[in-house]
Design a protein around this ligand. Sequence first.
Ligand code: HEM
Length: 128
Amino acid sequence: MPTIPRVSYEFYKVLHVVGIILVFMTLGASILHAANGGTREQNTSRKLIAALSGIGLLLIIVAGFGMLARIQSMSAGIPGWIHPKLLIWLLLAAAPSVIARKPSSAKIMWIVVPLLGAVAAYLGISHK
Ligand code: HEM
């Protein structure tokens, strides 16, 4: 029987951070485009940005649960500090369509998006 290599906690963490980089890069791009009055059609990089954002969101969640499985038994259930992180993940996933539908929201997004990131980072760093 071939043995499947075990993905380490550290590797999941690198993937988690790469996902975060992709999501925040693409949100910055979408916010700047909307803030400059760009329409959906004028955004020629729309598909690339959507793909990178999707890959980033996937990496965050897969690597997040991967790390969780390394630091505790999954039969212990999902700890409380993960719940707000899941909500933040959902809000970051919804943000591009909010920005595209309501470009006037772009200004406030410069504040809201980094604040959401700060809360998610704080939860990941300080939960112990
Ligand atoms: C949505 C945006 C998110 C951001 C910005 C974020 C950010 C972070 C950061 C900065 C860390 C600390 C890394 C370190 O210790 O060096 C971390 C750890 C972690 N995050 Fe996230 N995270 C997010 C979403 C999630 C989600 C959705 C999950 C779901 C399972 C998750 C699960 C974890 C786990 C398990 C850890 C490791 C905690 C530990 O080692 O004690 N994160 N995250």
